[in-house]
Ligand binder design. Structure first.
Ligand SMILES: CC(C)(COP(=O)(O)OP(=O)(O)OC[C@H]1O[C@@H](n2cnc3c(N)ncnc32)[C@H](O)[C@@H]1OP(=O)(O)O)[C@@H](O)C(=O)NCCC(=O)NCCS
Ligand SMILES: [Zn+2]
Length: 202
């Protein structure tokens, strides 16, 4: 396998890029950054400095991942979503030592045009709806959307919404058991609790 970097993009010296990763037009990867294997980096993406991205991530067009942001494996960043790293910026005060970290865990999806306020963790396989403003931690498998984004439901590992606004959209096979019709994974669900009972490999 090899790495594709479109000639219009810049990759600074020392950046690590894994096999099979593709970087499309007009993007810039800054020093100290590490991108895993088989990632797709879209057009007009800025990554770094010192940003770590796992394997198989997809970063859509117009996304900037600043220092302090970390993506685990299989993370999807929708087009034009916005990450931040300073909570109270001023043009005339240097706040480089006050960066707050943002961690996006394995398999999570960030919707198009959403904004992630720094200092939070987005859980494993969580899904952030388009246009959300996320300012608090998002549990694993949670569906968050709105401004400010709130816990609205739960999603399957495969991305199908299983609960939204208390409405069960999956196949409820027992009082606290929901099966995803798409991939057949099974989850425990009880108001604010949701976790896998058996999950298929995807
Ligand atoms: C949240 C999402 C996954 C849909 O979930 P869903 O359960 O299928 O939602 P539905 O379309 O059935 O809508 C259910 C309710 O959620 C609301 N809703 C859905 N998405 C919303 C969003 N992003 N922001 C605010 N409200 C939203 C709907 O208005 C509806 O509200 P109502 O019950 O008051 O009418 C989807 O709308 C979304 O935002 N996906 C992200 C798309 C994206 O950014 N892709 C990036 C790559 S192109
Ligand atoms: Zn599923």
């Amino acid at each position: 396998m090899d790495i594709f970097i479109h000639p219009s993009s810049y990759v600074d010296d020392g950046v690590k890029i894994g096999d099979g990763t593709k970087i499309w037009h007009f993007s810039h990867i800054l020093k100290g950054s590490e991108i895993g294997k088989n990632c797709i980096i879209g057009q007009n993406v800025m990554i770094g400095p010192d940003v770590k991205i796992g394997n198989r991530c997809k970063i859509q067009n117009n996304v900037s991942l600043y220092k302090g942001v970390e993506l685990e494996d299989d993370v999807f960043c929708g087009p034009s979503c916005v990450f931040t790293n300073v909570i109270n910026p001023r043009a005339f005060i240097e706040r480089k030592n006050e960066f707050k970290n943002t961690l996006v865990k394995k398999g999570a999806t960030i919707g198009a045009n959403s904004t992630i306020i720094c200092g939070i963790t987005i859980g494993k396989y969580a899904l952030i709806g388009a246009g959300a403003v996320v300012n608090k931690n998002v549990p694993d498998y949670a569906l968050f959307y709105g401004t400010p984004a709130k816990l609205m439901g739960w999603v399957c590992k495969c991305g199908v919404v299983l609960v939204n606004k208390g409405k069960i959209k999956g196949n409820q096979i027992a009082e606290n058991k929901i099966v995803c019709e798409n991939c057949k994974s099974t989850y425990f669900y009880n108001n604010d609790e949701f976790y896998p009972i058996s999950e298929v490999n995807l």
